[in-house]
Ligand binder design. Structure first.
Ligand code: FMN
Length: 306
């Protein structure tokens, strides 16, 4: 579904509507690009790609929760930077914008994949500075505002395409967001999964092989709304809201907190993804009209009004 009222401009990308997938929901193989394009997304975000291939963690790596969420510890399994070209070629063929998500344990890793993404024609990169369950590859970087600044600055320095920075929950997330923007990030994706665990009461052992995983889905939605609200209040940057979005009301809520676009992860992974996307879009159109607004942009951050 597309309607002029849904058009958004985020991180210098002009999109037909505000919905993209969250990284890790498919997006590691070229065939996934076809599948995700058929869901009616405005842009596709790849699985996080590191310079070298990674096998990820041993199973069990994902635990579905009763309330629609997951705890996952996939461990950034991916085919490495050699997969970027195929993904970009497939997206170009379909005419859908592609954002390459990048993971790494150093600035050099991020720069390496980012340069490949730009060379291959990606529309933007998203730096995953927030994986909560892969030591050395994410949250440790995002937790420390000065490291965020250095990594983002290094990547921005070598690219002409927009750099989006994905942060997770931390006590210093507002400060890290500020440093990412100061270093030249065009937008922030807020938030990643939240470190969590589950224990099997019969074997009396942790359920995931990695012990810890990242919590996603409806349980994290109010936290995502709070983080988006706080960061928007401080800097009014371009924000892509992410965390527990399942219905149009969830999307509308995070837009009112300050997001210009949204990413959906767990709700798409549960199946009937096209139905979820179309349902959110239809609901947003009705809602915007009901409020007498002419665009998504007019709703962004409205909850900050006094
Ligand atoms: C199975 C799974 C794999 C994920 N892999 C990645 C990843 O590779 N990179 C990343 O930045 N986020 C990853 N995430 C986090 C999502 O992109 C998203 O930030 C998070 O799930 C919150 O959104 P949701 O509540 O809509 O799922 C993953 C999430 C899940 C459930």
């Amino acid at each position: 579904m597309s309607s002029p009222i849904l058009r958004v401009d985020v991180a210098s990308l002009i999109l037909t509507h505000p919905i993209m997938n969250a990284s890790g929901i498919l997006g590691s193989e070229p065939e996934h690009i076809d599948v995700m394009a058929s869901w009616g997304l405005a842009a596709i975000v790849s699985k996080t790609i590191t310079p070298e291939p990674r096998e990820g963690n041993a199973p069990p790596i994902i635990m579905p929760l009763r309330n629609g969420g997951f705890i996952n510890a996939v461990g950034l399994a991916n085919r490495g930077k050699k997969s970027v070209k195929e993904l970009c070629n497939r997206a170009k063929k379909l005419g859908i914008p592609l954002i390459i998500s990048i993971g790494g344990s150093s600035s050099k890793d991020f720069v390496d994949v980012a340069e490949e993404a730009e060379r291959c024609g990606a529309n933007a990169v998203e730096l995953n500075l927030s994986c909560p369950h892969t030591p050395g590859y994410g949250i440790e970087i995002g937790f420390d505002p000065s490291t965020v600044f250095r990594v983002v600055k290094d990547v921005v320095g070598v690219l002409t395409i927009p750099v989006i920075v994905k942060l997770g929950l931390s006590d210093r997330v507002v400060e890290s967001a500020g440093k990412a923007l100061e270093a030249g990030a065009k937008a922030l994706t807020l938030i990643n999964t939240i470190r969590a665990m589950a224990i099997d009461v019969h074997s009396a052992r942790p359920l995931l092989s990695n012990i810890f995983g990242g919590l996603s889905g409806p349980p994290i939605h109010p936290i995502a709304v709070r983080v988006v609200y706080e960061v928007y209040k401080e800097y009014q940057p371009d924000i892509i809201g992410c965390g527990g979005i399942t219905t149009w009301e969830d999307a509308a809520e995070i837009i009112l907190a300050g997001a210009k676009a949204v990413q959906i992860g767990s709700a798409l992974a549960l199946g009937r993804a096209r139905f979820v996307v179309q349902g959110v879009l239809r609901g947003l159109v009705r809602w915007l009209k009901e409020l007498g607004l002419r665009s998504v942009a007019e709703a962004v951050g409205l909850a900050h009004r006094r």
